[in-house]
Write a protein that binds this ligand. Structure first.
Ligand code: ZN
Length: 502
């Protein structure tokens, strides 16, 4: 066999293995999706076991020494083409990072995670952080060990954040959140010094079926392909996919609140468009997957905020909204636009507006970094939390449930995850600025109902590359420079300056 055939055959073996692993993973994803949407209560027990079996089979196949040997061998084949090289390089990175965990550590972490999740649920029920505190201390100790196992250059947190966002470091995050603390805080103070828009019209009775139809029509307008996806109802909205031609969105509807469904639907739709835009022929391979969590979140937030809370979008869609909900007939588009962009410091991250949101994330980032280094003890976490909420958002946390117990992440051991939410918004602003430079009269197109030009641009510059580039490198390719907070700051300053009049 000559070298070229040899490489082709080996690459074929790699693809076949990866796609088998993907079959298991996505079969698990179908079961998980079903668990969140249709599973009857009594089915939960066996479902958990079915999911665990599929996950451990997939993990075993991927971390098998034969897989490692195949990847190492292929990595040395210089004649692999660009996309093939990128697939092998990403898979090898994944393999090396997963192989750093001794089996005993994986088991300990998985036990601790399920205990800490239950402790968190119990603590929420009792509205008492002290119930969660011992389990969280165990989790923090495990996360320190995980950072040591993975290795890092400067800060143990670097190792953990890198698991979610390749290449991101504390050094970079400190700069970004330093900007949140300084420039964004300045803007927030300016906003809060002005009278607040009236958003009463968004509350009141909004019929469930009509809201559902609105959601579907907005998704269609965005270009979501219902031949390659669907939407269902779940308690917490999410997006998942089983391949690029089967993308599942979920939403929830509160009849007393129009905003909840509308913008979470657009948000999940943004995630869904990204997944439908990933290369179908790269099924099971890194190039068929999203670039990173933050890039994924950049797509949802670009549609939710830059587009979906923009004036141009509603110039097209507001008349239809008024027809659907005649109670809005007396509200002009300007009043509506101001209402949907009301800024108001609050206690709960998931309900925050696009300005105050990043203080919620910054607070969690500072706290988890300190927990990891030991500068903060778990026993002091609730007090530290409450103090930071008072300092940055001026709100008083009345109890643990609306404070330190509100997010599931720490109980799952997801340390280093929160920053990806803010990074998503910052990337979104920078991408949107690039799209505005490159697509002639983007705002005019959106106001005229043309969202396809924007979607095509995102497909061309972001979606089609999958995981070919690290998020930082992808950003440079798309926008000509590394992630730069200035774009987000310019966006919010222009927008809110006009709304609030300064
Ligand atoms: Zn999201």
């Amino acid at each position: 066999m000559n070298q070229r055939q040899d490489t082709g055959a080996l690459y074929g073996q790699y693809v076949a293995k990866m796609q088998k692993i993907a079959d298991l993973r996505y079969a698990g994803a179908v079961l998980e999706w079903d668990q969140e949407t249709y599973l009857p209560t009594r089915g939960a027990e066996i479902r958990a076991r079915q999911l665990a079996t599929l996950a451990s089979q997939a993990h075993e196949m991927f971390t098998a020494p034969a897989m490692g040997a195949l990847l190492e061998e292929l990595d040395g084949h210089q004649e692999l083409g660009g996309p093939e090289r990128a697939n092998v390089a990403r898979s090898l990175e994944d393999y090396r990072s997963q192989s750093k965990y001794p089996a005993a550590f994986v088991e300990e972490l998985s036990m601790a995670t399920s205990e800490s999740y239950h402790a968190w649920m119990e603590a929420r029920k009792k509205n008492d952080f002290r119930v969660f505190s011992p389990a969280l201390s165990v989790m923090v100790a495990l996360k320190r060990r995980q950072a040591e196992l993975l290795g890092y250059r400067e800060h143990p947190y670097d190792a953990l954040v890198d698991e979610y966002e390749k290449g991101m470091t504390v050094a970079q995050l400190d700069v970004l959140f330093g900007e949140v603390r300084a420039s964004l805080k300045g803007l927030l103070d300016e906003i809060l010094a002005k009278p607040s828009p009236d958003d009463n019209m968004l509350h009141g009775h909004y019929d469930r079926d009509r809201q559902w139809e609105l959601g579907i029509s907005l998704l269609k307008a965005m270009g979501f392909d219902f031949q390659a996806g669907r939407q269902d109802i779940s308690e917490h909205p999410f997006t998942t996919n089983f391949n690029a031609r089967d993308v599942r969105l979920t939403t929830r509807i509160a009849e007393g609140n129009l905003s909840d469904m509308t913008w979470s639907c657009i948000h999940e739709g943004g995630h869904g468009l990204y997944e439908q835009g990933l290369p179908f022929d790269q099924y099971g391979l890194p190039l068929g997957e999203a670039a990173s969590l933050a890039i994924h979140e950049s797509q949802s937030r670009l549609w939710e905020n830059n587009v979906g809370r923009g004036r141009a979008f509603w110039m097209r869609h507001y008349p239809g909204l008024q027809d659907r909900f005649p109670r809005l007939k007396d509200t002009g588009i300007e009043a509506f636009y101001h209402a949907i962009n009301k800024v108001s410091p609050s206690l709960i991250r998931t309900e925050a507006d696009e300005v105050t949101y990043h203080f919620h994330v910054m607070i969690r980032y500072e706290l988890e970094k300190k927990l990891l280094t030991g500068d903060l003890e778990v026993s002091g976490l609730a007090d530290a939390w409450n103090e930071l909420y008072h300092t940055y958002l001026g709100v008083t946390v009345p109890d643990d449930k609306s404070g330190v117990l509100q997010d599931v992440h720490w109980s799952h051991g997801s340390f280093g995850y929160f920053p990806t939410y803010s990074l998503g918004s910052f990337y979104a602003a920078q991408f949107y600025a690039a799209a505005t430079r490159e697509i002639p009269d983007l705002a005019g197109r959106i106001a005229g109902g043309d969202l396809a030009s924007l979607l095509e641009w995102l497909r061309e510059h972001i979606h089609r590359y999958g995981r070919a580039y690290y998020p930082g490198a992808l950003c440079e390719r798309v926008t000509g420079e590394p992630l730069n907070f200035r774009y987000f700051m310019d966006y919010v300053r222009d927008k809110y300056g006009a709304i609030y009049g300064f």
